[in-house]
Design a protein around this ligand. Structure first.
Ligand code: NCD
Ligand code: ZN
Length: 346
């Protein structure tokens, strides 16, 4: 048995690389398969000004394995005091490709995020003018809203009003986890797209509690019920240009996850492409894998498709990957899809 599939080299439109020893440990796992990635700016402190992005980009390039042509696509972290001029200059020079909006307190390292979206209206208007995309973490933070409803409430109370007010703003609804998110993106014909993560295509909330609490499946937005997972799988594998891959690979030390208050994030960079080929094959849609991982993202961002290719080869022998990656501070557990993967990447 041997089947092969050659596709344009993929990109990751939502990636956490961290910094220091962790950056050095995890970057090779992405650079091995992906040509480019949108780099999330939620460091501590966050990447807010263009000078911060210049310095962070340099640290990423310095941490790359020798000979790697991986290109980090930088973003700035939107705060209520971000400068529209600084953002516009960073976009104009090609330094940044997007701005990231975290509702304050929504997720890991989001304390300096936006509390009141009206405070960033000027920046968003400028972004709409210059065509710079806004990546949105689409969850409300109101503790009275059930954690499983935060995405749907965000769409209704934040995203849709913003889209009505500023339809020219190019928005990426990141890591969509619900059928509400999928339906909303499908209902809009321009300037709106969504990223989907690898793990949300493979797990649902049952996985979080199978036989006990499973901290390595905890991420934000939290995995929802199976019917939502199925809606994500349908959208991802449909070939619809509004949906593309953002792995949200988000490494944390095992000690920080296996804790009384474990933090959110799934580290899936090492096995993401094998996982995705597995999902697309299960859905009978392998022919649409290239659109999802390599074509739809560049089209939305207005960037060229990569010229290189990767080949996925199915064999009876399962793909071997380490269960965890070692960093100077300790191990980081790799996403466990709970099945053997047979699509080898080269
Ligand atoms: C991300 C992280 O760890 O930085 N965690 C996560 O669960 N996805 C932050 C984020 O993208 O929400
Ligand atoms: Zn993320």
């Amino acid at each position: 048995m041997s089947e092969t599939l050659t596709i344009k080299q993929p990109d990751d439109w939502h990636l956490h690389l961290r910094d220091g020893g962790m950056l050095k440990a995890v970057l090779p796992d992405t650079a091995r398969h992906f040509a480019r990635a949108i780099i999330m700016p939620n460091l501590v402190p966050p990447v807010v000004r263009s000078a911060d992005a210049v310095a962070y980009r340099e640290r990423i390039l310095a941490a790359l394995p020798a000979g790697s042509a991986f290109e980090p696509l930088m973003t700035l972290y939107l705060t209520e005091s971000s400068s529209a001029d600084d953002i516009a200059a960073a976009a104009d020079s090609g330094l940044i490709r997007a701005v990231k909006l975290y509702p304050a307190g929504a997720t890991t390292n989001s304390d300096s995020g936006v509390k009141d979206i009206t405070k960033v209206a000027g920046v968003l208007e400028r972004m709409a003018e210059i065509g710079l995309p806004l990546c949105m973490h689409g969850e409300v933070t109101n503790p009275d809203v059930d954690i499983f409803d935060r995405e749907a409430v965000f769409i209704e109370t934040v995203l849709d009003p913003l889209r009505r007010r500023l339809p020219q703003l190019r928005v990426i609804m990141e890591h969509v986890t619900t059928s509400h998110g999928i339906d909303y993106v499908k209902s809009e014909s321009s300037n709106l797209a969504a990223t989907l993560t690898t793990h949300h295509l493979m797990i649902n909330r049952n996985h979080l509690f199978k036989g006990g609490i499973r901290p390595h499946y905890f991420c934000l937005p939290i995995a929802k019920r199976r019917s939502h997972q199925l809606a994500l799988r349908e959208a991802a594998t449909s070939g619809d240009a509004r949906f593309f891959l953002g792995t949200d690979s988000a490494p944390h030390l095992d000690g920080a996850k296996e804790s009384a208050c474990g933090c959110a994030g799934v580290y899936n960079a090492p096995n993401t492409l094998s996982c995705l080929a597995h999902v697309f094959e299960e859905e009978g849609k392998l022919e649409n894998l290239e659109a999802f991982v390599s074509l739809n993202g560049p089209a939305f961002y207005g960037l060229p498709v990569n010229t290189g290719t990767v080949t996925l080869q199915k064999s009876a022998q399962p793909v071997e990957y380490a269960a965890s990656v070692q960093t100077p501070e300790g191990p980081v557990t790799v996403f466990d899809p709970e099945c053997d993967l047979h699509w080898h990447v080269s």
